[in-house]
Ligand binder design. Structure first.
Ligand code: FE2
Length: 221
């Protein structure tokens, strides 16, 4: 598959696989607590797309450490808040087989993604035309990349519209980690066929390992 601009060089090959089938990164893995601790120490001026992308690439998160945040639902992918500050938030998104996000934007914020468990496709879209008077939009499919434990990615600010898919043929659940900077609580979603877009709230299914209050529960976007 052709490598696109927002796909990082792959991590070094996995050396082993644990008995539970998850990748074993040996000494290179960080617990998610450790991952957050270092991320939170990066100064705002250094919290740039390439710097954070390098950090994500070089610091794979131990899947075992994510267990407090893994909540899969048969009906929708779940958004699970791990950490939030003014500068960024870290979310684990749990995807059952066949789950996919709507086509969405990122509110002019940066987004970095890693997939410690499973595999996910990112389908990018080009916005050809849009009207904020009528909510009309016209999109065209652009490139598609695949993320897995060896291949994290990030959103190129020049092409901020995409959908994330756990394709049925992958045949397994997936969990992705998303860093958003700054945090945002709504975004635009786009309908390819009906050529319209609208604003949706972004909520959490769980916060810090516990169910979110009912009024804050996500049902996907
Ligand atoms: Fe996204």
């Amino acid at each position: 598959m052709a490598r696109c601009e927002n796909q990082l060089k792959p991590r070094k090959p996995l050396s082993d696989t644990k008995s539970n089938g998850l990748p074993d990164w040996g000494d290179r893995v960080k617990s998610v607590d450790n991952f957050v601790e270092v991320l939170a120490s990066i100064q705002e001026k250094d919290f740039t797309v390439p710097r954070v992308a390098e950090y994500v690439r070089d610091n794979p998160v131990d899947p075992d450490s994510l267990s407090p945040y893994l909540f899969y639902s048969p009906t929708h992918y779940t958004r699970n808040l791990i950490y939030k500050c003014d500068l960024f938030e870290l979310i684990a998104i749990c995807w059952d087989v066949g789950h996919r996000s709507a086509i969405h934007n990122h509110q002019n914020q940066n987004c970095w993604m890693a997939v410690p468990i499973g595999r996910l496709a990112v389908q990018n879209y080009e916005l050809l035309r849009a009207s904020d008077q009528t909510n009309f939009c016209e999109l065209r499919e652009a490139d598609r990349i695949v993320m897995d434990p060896e291949n994290p990615s990030f959103v190129d600010p020049k092409t901020p519209i995409h959908a994330v898919l756990n394709l049925p043929e992958y045949g397994e659940r997936a969990t992705s980690l998303h860093i958003y900077s700054r945090p945002y609580d709504h975004c635009l979603v786009y309908a390819l066929e009906s050529k319209c877009y609208w604003d949706v709230p972004l909520l959490y299914d769980t916060e810090y390992g516990r169910p979110a209050p009912p009024e804050k529960t996500s049902r996907g976007h």
